[in-house]
Design a protein around this ligand. Structure first.
Ligand code: ZN
Length: 91
């Protein structure tokens, strides 16, 4: 009986420390500059939004269309104090 109570106590401590970790993660993620940009799929023409990391000046990556699942090549340019430019091409 005493052992069971002790285990219960330990698990409560474990929960508390993981809540503290979540709080730290939230603070870190708010420092990252991300922006949601609407793009048009070059294959099916559907528009959907992607999340762009605007702290990177120039980047390109391939991501599958959320609608037709074909690979789209995204070219993202983020000049300082300007709207990010996103180019979606068939890869
Ligand atoms: Zn598509």
């Amino acid at each position: 009986m005493i052992t069971v109570l002790a285990r219960g106590h330990f698990s409560v401590i474990g929960l508390d420390s993981s809540f503290a970790n979540f709080a730290i993660c939230d603070q870190m993620s708010s420092r990252v500059n991300t922006e949601e940009i609407e793009v048009e799929c070059p294959f099916c023409g559907e528009t959907f939004s992607i999340v762009v990391d605007t702290s990177i000046e120039s980047q390109q990556y391939v991501e599958d269309c959320y609608v037709c699942c074909r690979p789209i090549l995204f070219r993202v340019n983020c000049a300082e104090n300007e709207e990010p430019q996103v180019n979606a091409e068939r890869s």
